[in-house]
Write a protein that binds this ligand. Sequence first.
Ligand code: ZN
Length: 130
Amino acid sequence: MATAERRIPAPHPNPETRAFWDGAAQGRLLLKKCLACSQVHYYPRAICPFCGSDRTEWQQASGRGTIYSWSVMRRAEVPYAIAYVTLEEGVTMMTNIVDCDLDGIHIGQRVRVVFKPTEGGPPVPTFTPA
Ligand SMILES: [Zn+2]
């Protein structure tokens, strides 16, 4: 088990991502869904990347997904895992896998979101084995 906590730099919300980070502060993982083409996208944008519509709305994700790929950074002060996690909603996000044995991480592993504090900013969504 990892014992030391890694320090995470604060994210910098902008007008397009402000609601995402406000949601994170409440422990909610938010995604953008397009009302024109019904596709969910990540990262959050004002304009749908699939059809160009500006008719998008926020929806709360289940917070569950599976690991698509991962890598462990061992040359850090506190080793950590970076990964792509595909959410149940179909989008894939770059994130960290936390609170687990880094040697036990594997492709297809079921994970769930857990928010980790940052240095002076909103918490960030990371994932841990479900
Ligand atoms: Zn669209």
